[in-house]
Design a protein around this ligand. Structure first.
Ligand SMILES: [Zn+2]
Length: 511
């Protein structure tokens, strides 16, 4: 056959193909036609222009289509705007049965959250019924869950002891039951009671169970202090022999500078070179938020231990607190977010009470309040954020008095992309959608691709602003004015719909 003939046949086939596609489109009915947007698809690849057709809860087609030949129920013009996947918050807090609206998350473009963090999860061993209850309240965002190691440990009622073989088997059984019910893995909170009592053997036996179900271990590691971060990563990587592991809210408390950040990233990279699947998330703020117990010694973390310490060795406790508070940037660097001094720094509260900051802490005890702790170095954290397989999380909730619960994902765009230009929009969105989806195992979310669930945002990147501050932590972010979850638009021109279309996401099933 002559090359001319081949060309002619090819052209004919091409035209025929085009008409076939057109004909099939004309016959098909679609729910949404999103027209002319710039698609940032969540893979990190360069943005491109295309139309998106949505039917039911899924993305049915991506390409260029002629609006006149399309039968769609709804049309939205996305010209000059970005269309991206809804964001996935890999480390979130909140109680769906109490605050199913979750506007804090929606406001910053988050359409799926992962709960059950830091070793603490609801309804251990009875997850299926918890999932049903959550479905029944119609959460506004999709909800995935981890089984909490600390909650499992409490349920078996081990206390501080090393578990017996029988107790270990009970823990494994509870964990397996949660994983079979749809949990995506296990979380640990090794800096907290009771997770801190777990030893290597216990953690590895549980990691094996998680590995058998293709789950993930997300860990609030044993220590985030500058001097102990490598040891903590070693412990996590040990469990990585059995299954994928993930460091939650990676930070280096009172570490400083870009070089230190690069050391940590290299350290993580080394584990990867050894075949360990290790990832991490970061919230984009330099203050952490946790109970003031974090500044108390291991032997005075519970109420009983603290009272005992006050009686038996008050001076040792006083000295410990003094050193710890100084190491963590002093009494001005602790801003209470709950309890009677909410809104004041430890220094301000101490002045108000006419006593020293340390005396006040001694009197309050480890369980009295939570606080923002200004213990991180911006340069160090910024460099960490750019690292490979490092994603964004909020570690926030609707009620927590820290701006991260309302601002994190918007701040990624405003600060890292628009202002500092440290990340391209494509990279930032990858860290907020495609990467967390892959890490957690949400197989049909996190990307704008045909067949994926239609969790979508339309926005103008330069209009994105995080508004929450430490003084006003509950201000919604701005700019994510059009949000679709599971094919239904739940926010239009900035107005939230009454409809809440989030679902419970279960491990091992696409839905
Ligand atoms: Zn945590």
């Amino acid at each position: 056959m002559s090359s001319e003939k081949i060309l002619k046949i090819s052209v004919c086939l091409f035209i025929l193909g085009f008409f076939c596609i057109s004909a099939s489109f004309a016959q098909q009915r679609w729910d949404w036609h999103i027209s002319g947007g710039t698609i940032v698809d969540g893979t990190g690849k360069a943005a491109y222009r295309a139309d998106i057709l949505v039917r039911d809860d899924s993305i049915g087609y991506i390409g260029n289509v002629n609006a006149d030949t399309i039968q769609s129920e709804h049309f939205v013009d996305a010209t000059d705007k970005v269309v991206s996947p809804g964001f996935i918050d890999s480390h979130a807090h909140g109680v769906p049965l109490e605050t199913p609206q979750f506007q804090n998350f929606l406001g910053m473009g988050v359409t799926s959250i992962v709960l059950g963090q830091d070793g603490s999860s609801p309804a251990v061993g009875e997850l299926s019924s918890w999932f049903e209850e959550v479905e029944a309240v119609n959460p506004a965002v999709n909800i995935a869950l981890l089984s909490g190691h600390g909650s499992i440990r409490s349920k078996v009622d081990i206390g501080k002891q090393k578990p017996t073989n029988k107790e270990l088997q009970k823990m494994q059984k509870l964990l397996r039951s949660d994983l079979n019910a749809g949990a995506f893995g296990m979380s640990t909170g090794l800096e907290y009671v009771p997770g801190m009592y777990a030893d290597e053997e216990e953690l590895e036996l549980l990691a094996e169970v998680v590995g058998n179900e293709n789950g993930l271990i997300m860990s609030h590691m044993r220590s985030e202090d500058n001097s102990e971060i490598e040891t903590s990563l070693d412990e996590l990587a040990m469990q990585g022999e059995y299954t994928a592991v993930h460091a939650s809210h990676l930070k280096v408390v009172y570490g400083k500078g870009i070089v230190r950040a690069e050391e940590i990233l290299d350290y993580i990279e080394y584990f990867r070179s050894q075949g360990i699947h290790i990832t991490a998330d970061i919230y984009p703020y330099s203050a952490s938020y946790t109970g003031i117990g974090i500044v108390f010694p291991d032997w005075a973390k519970t109420k009983a231990e603290w009272q005992n310490a006050l009686e038996e060795r008050p001076e040792v406790l006083r000295q410990f607190l003094k050193n710890k508070v100084a190491q963590r940037n002093g009494a001005d660097a602790i801003l209470f977010g709950s309890g009677e001094f909410s809104g004041l720094t430890l220094q301000e509260a101490a002045e108000q009470e006419n006593q020293s900051a340390i005396d006040l802490l001694m009197k309050m005890g480890p369980q009295a309040a939570s606080a923002a702790h200004f213990v991180m170095d911006q340069q160090l954290q910024d460099r960490l954020m750019l690292g490979e397989k490092i994603m964004v999380s909020s570690d926030g909730s609707p009620t927590m008095r820290h701006p991260r619960g309302y601002g994190s994902f918007a701040k990624m765009v405003r600060y890292y992309v628009n202002e500092k230009e440290l990340l391209s929009l494509e990279e930032a969105i990858y860290k907020m959608s495609g990467l967390p989806a892959k890490t957690i195992g949400l197989e049909d979310r996190g990307l704008v691709q045909e067949g994926m669930k239609a969790d979508l945002l339309i926005f103008e990147p330069t209009e994105i602003q995080d508004r929450a501050t430490f003084e006003h932590p509950h201000k919604l972010a701005e700019g994510f004015d059009w949000i679709m979850i599971n094919g239904t638009v739940v926010r239009k021109e900035g107005v939230f719909s009454e409809k809440r279309t989030g679902r419970v996401l279960l491990n091992g099933s696409n839905q």
